[in-house]
Design a protein around this ligand. Structure first.
Ligand code: ATP
Length: 270
């Protein structure tokens, strides 16, 4: 049903302050999504059309969903999330029906930000195989494109999507009037990693000996999500040791544990 496939948040609580290490991307998203919602008259006066759809692409856990939620928060918009994998349904017509529901719901709840995660699930390049499953996915994608194309006067609805397989996407969805603004969201550099660690330890009782910049230097390849786990894990080490203060050694123990568990795993993969 509609309720199961979509995640609706009337007012998400994520703010730009919760997002570290991707300041340029935050600025681009604000320009492409926030400004057209808050000051549409400016675009009209200047005579430019705002981007139709914004596609965020980059590795998992880098803050793509956070960006979409933060922009919805900032514009007091309803956040409506749909996972691309949810759109790939068994029964004929189910996927396109969900796409129609998605845009209908957004129209009812505007201002709204539609966020389609894992868009590659419905918008991958056509393969040679002509199985019925493929045809159904194709139909769902056509429905999505037609909703976007028929959206000249889209009112207060903005469309965002995310993927970590940009290279797999069918170019049809990147044409003007569709996802015509691409924003790459990379893994953070050392400075970004330190910033993200500070964000995720804001509410933690951190000892004076914790040097985030030094720590971050040694965390090459960590995503924002990896850094969030590291902070939690460090806290767990302090608790295990019956301390209420989290020390540098706890962060180093957490790092060792994560890297032991994920030897050749996702943490170090690029
Ligand atoms: P996926 O492609 O797996 O859906 P994503 O890019 O959408 O990933 P998010 O869902 O936004 O990633 O991030 C997951 C969690 O990781 C966040 O809830 C947050 O705790 C942490 N995180 C990720 N990126 C950042 C960041 N740039 N700053 C602070 N925290 C981050």
């Amino acid at each position: 049903s509609r309720a199961q496939a979509m995640e609706v948040e009337e007012s998400p609580t994520v703010t730009y302050d919760d997002i570290g290490g991707i300041d340029d991307q935050v600025r681009e998203v604000r320009e492409a999504v926030e400004d057209p919602l808050l000051t549409p008259e400016l675009f009209e006066e200047v005579g430019v059309d705002p981007p139709s759809g914004v596609l965020l692409h980059g590795p998992p856990g880098t803050g793509k969903t956070m960006l979409a939620k933060a922009v919805a928060n900032e514009t007091d918009a309803t956040f409506i999330k749909m996972a691309g994998s949810e759109l790939v349904r068994k029964f004929i017509g189910e996927g396109s029906r969900l796409v129609r529901d998605l845009f209908e719901l957004a129209a009812e709840r505007q201002p709204a930000v539609i966020f389609i995660d894992e868009i590659d699930a419905v918008a991958a390049k056509r393969t040679d195989s002509k199985t019925s499953g493929d045809a159904e996915v194709q139909r769902t994608m056509m429905q999505l494109l037609s909703e976007m194309d028929g959206f000249d006067d889209r009112g207060e609805i903005r469309i965002m999507a995310a993927t970590n397989r940009f290279d797999m996407l069918d170019e049809a969805i990147l044409r003007p009037g569709r996802f015509d603004r691409l924003i790459e969201v990379p893994k953070p550099n050392a400075e970004g990693r330190a910033q993200i660690l500070r964000i995720h330890t804001r509410d933690m009782n951190v000892a004076d000996d914790v040097a985030f910049a030094e720590l971050a230097d040694d965390l090459d390849g960590y995503s924002g999500a990896d850094l969030a786990s590291l902070a939690t894990e460090a806290g767990m080490f302090a608790i295990r040791d019956d301390r209420t203060e989290v020390r540098m050694t706890d962060f180093l123990d957490a790092k060792a544990k994560i890297e032991e568990n994920e030897d050749s795993g996702p943490v170090m993969a690029f």
